[in-house]
Design a protein. Structure first.
Length: 211
């Protein structure tokens, strides 16, 4: 099964991708992770990406897609894969189609912006050991202090309300049009990403995937 998880930042794509990767026995391919792996492995496209990142430039679509294609050609993707974070734009989606990368299902986790802002701005992380917390969903025993190592809990820049709002604006203008692209191809499966627990959302995803 070849699946794409779509949704705004903080919609829960990574969490659900991890659950279904284990459930279906297929790898999750996240652009961030494969970029890091390609750079570490010193592949041709990895070195190209590293040069751009070191120069403070964005990695262009053709480099991202070359890395994705390289990753999808490996044996562990023979039974299927889950894409998380790619395609991010209509141009990437069209290029993937032109490359012959076929997709079975596109799961769109729909979460209202207000819920995402609350969800992400409530995140905290220990600056010493990296343990994650949430002020409402997973609070520490003592406010601002890590349960594990006693380190200070901080809000990452990416999780600040003003940054989240900016990221949502980019998502709505750049990535959201993918809904129509995949809807026209009969591949879009919409699941509310804010109704119930992580397990409830997984059950709803399983229903639309028929697994």
């Amino acid at each position: 099964m070849k699946i794409i998880f779509l949704g705004a930042p903080g919609a829960g794509k990574g969490t659900q991708a991890e659950i279904f990767s284990e459930k279906l026995g297929i790898p999750t391919i996240s652009t961030g992770n494969i970029l890091r792996a390609a750079i570490q492995a010193g592949t041709t496209v990895g070195l190209q990406a590293k040069a751009l990142i070191d120069a403070g430039k964005l990695v262009p679509d053709e480099v991202i897609l070359a890395i994705v294609q390289e990753r999808l050609s490996r044996d562990d993707c023979a039974k299927g894969f889950i894409l998380d974070g790619v395609p991010r734009t209509l141009a990437q989606a069209q290029a993937m189609e032109d490359m012959g990368i076929s997709i079975d299902h596109v799961v769109d986790l729909e979460v209202p912006d207000a819920v995402i802002i609350t969800r992400m701005s409530g995140r905290r992380v220990c600056e010493s050991c990296g343990a994650p917390y949430h002020v409402e969903a997973n609070p520490p025993k003592a406010e601002g202090v890590c349960d594990h190592c006693g380190g200070k809990l901080v809000t990452r820049k990416d999780d600040r309300a003003e940054t989240v709002k900016e990221r949502l604006e980019v998502y709505h203008s750049v990535t959201e049009p993918l809904r129509q692209f995949y809807g026209e191809r009969g591949l879009l499966r919409t699941v509310p990403g804010d109704k119930g627990s992580v397990e409830d959302i997984s059950a709803a995803v399983a229903r639309v995937l028929g697994v």
